[in-house]
Design a protein around this ligand. Structure first.
Ligand SMILES: Nc1ncnc2c1ncn2[C@@H]1O[C@H](COP(=O)(O)OP(=O)(O)OP(=O)(O)O)[C@@H](O)[C@H]1O
Ligand SMILES: O=P(O)(O)OC[C@H]1O[C@H](OP(=O)(O)OP(=O)(O)O)[C@H](O)[C@@H]1O
Ligand SMILES: [Mg+2]
Length: 396
């Protein structure tokens, strides 16, 4: 198994900063006004989610947070299983499990947002969640790595490290959506939405969202003035069980003009007569492996565990993207068959093909009229490659 990404940490004597805390909500984001539709008034209280003990670093085990429920839960366990990292949960009702292949690793099942909060608080060292959740709840800052190698020099002050930013499931986007009807009928871009004369300080654009950090931040960065936000927190307890229901409820009640929510197939938007607009995608998201920066630097075993996981994930994801195509082809020699295959544009970059004679007995003699060729092609090139193999009469 080859190491595709390696982590190389080189840091000056690290300083231990005080425990980070996660604010309950963003009360202001630039000039965008932000309101919360909870029944009780929200004062600027700091709510600790995680270890309030000042010595979280005394534990010796490495902790990995995984989604306890929701659409990411099963897919995450399946991915780990495919990487020979099966999670052993002694009792499905228990929130702590283990991965026997990695010693000293404890798995904690948590809601996705709590995985991120606990990474920031120091209760977890590693986690697998959607990028949307990392950006929304790890807002203290994270270090984004987007290279085929994780070799980096330590810099910055960020709490979270994106160790793997594309685990290939949980694909969705965080998007602004508006009604297809009424005053929005001819509005098809963020620019047009921003320029609507309807929005004033007295009558702002009202946006319902569960993304109370990313939503206002995006509006602010894109120069949308006169916007207020309401969130489902609190309202959820009152009646609707689903956040979608809260949005629809908000439209029906006339208390929201737009939403900021996750979209994948677009079915939910279509069913509710809503549409996305040009320039309204806030974030493209998929499952990621994220780590606490402090744990990577300070806690014994975290770096090794991260290496091990990364190596297995990379090997699996790389293999998933490759297909082996085997075909028999008539030819006069292995060399001639190989030349024919490599004459095709989309096959010529291959390191292969592997060509082997296929023997049969004719007139008492063992002969090889056919050759078996094996090529390895990326998933994206599969269709084209098969077409090109057909073009050289591979299946004669
Ligand atoms: N429609 C979707 N298609 C694909 N991935 C999605 C979709 N909706 C959400 N996701 C991804 O799955 C993650 C978990 O979403 P899920 O709906 O399971 O949990 P949740 O709504 O955050 O749960 P809860 O609010 O109950 O804790 C999201 O953070 C996102 O990354
Ligand atoms: O584009 P689509 O494929 O229709 O998916 C989008 C829906 O998926 C998510 O909701 P989810 O089903 O997770 O329910 P939730 O509101 O309870 O989180 C999201 O909040 C959207 O409502
Ligand atoms: Mg959801």
């Amino acid at each position: 198994m080859s190491v595709v990404r390696t982590i190389f940490l080189q840091c000056p004597a690290p300083s231990v900063s005080p425990l980070s805390t996660t604010p309950f909500s963003t009360s202001k984001c630039g000039s965008v006004k932000f309101t919360i539709s909870c029944s009780s008034a929200v004062s600027p209280v700091t709510v600790l989610n995680g270890n309030v003990d000042k010595k979280p670093y005394e534990r010796t085990e490495v902790r990995l947070g995984l989604p306890s429920k929701g659409r990411m839960a099963t897919d995450t366990l399946d991915l780990l299983k495919d990487c020979q990292l099966s999670v052993r949960q002694v009792n499905p009702r228990q929130y702590v499990a283990e991965i026997p292949q990695i010693s000293n690793l404890e798995v904690w099942f948590q809601r996705p947002k709590d995985v991120v909060r606990k990474l920031v608080s120091g209760d977890l060292d590693l986690g697998i969640v959607g990028l949307d959740i990392v950006q929304e709840y790890g807002q203290a800052g994270f270090f984004f790595i987007r290279s085929s190698s994780l070799q980096f020099l330590w810099q910055g002050d960020d709490d979270l490290i994106l160790v793997h930013d594309a685990l290939d499931y949980g694909d969705c986007r965080l998007s602004i959506a508006i009604p297809k009807y009424g005053i929005f009928e001819n509005i098809n871009s963020l620019k047009e939405l921003a320029q609507m004369p309807q929005w004033t300080p007295e009558r702002p654009l009202r946006v319902a969202t569960g993304f109370t950090y990313l939503g206002p931040k995006f509006m602010n960065e894109n120069g949308l003035k006169h916007v207020t936000f309401s969130t489902a927190d609190g309202a959820l307890e009152a009646a609707p069980a689903k956040i979608d229901a809260y949005y629809i409820f908000s439209f029906k009640m006339g208390i929201a003009d737009a939403i900021v929510d996750l979209v994948s197939s677009g079915t939910t938007l279509r069913e509710n007569n809503l549409k996305e607009i040009e320039g309204g995608v806030i974030l493209e998201s998929q499952a990621v492996l994220v780590a606490s920066r402090r744990s990577l630097i300070q806690r014994k075993g975290v770096l090794d565990t991260t290496h091990e996981m990364l190596e297995r994930l990379e090997a699996h994801l790389k293999a998933m993207g490759q297909f082996t195509v085997t075909a028999n082809m008539r030819g006069s020699s292995a060399q001639e068959v190989a030349e024919r295959v490599l004459s095709q544009a989309s096959l010529s970059g291959l390191q292969g093909p592997t060509v082997s004679p296929v023997f049969c007995k004719r007139d008492g003699k063992v002969v090889a009229d056919y050759y078996a060729i094996v090529i390895c092609v990326p998933k994206k090139a599969l269709y084209k490659s098969v077409q090109q193999l057909r073009a050289v009469r591979i299946y004669s």
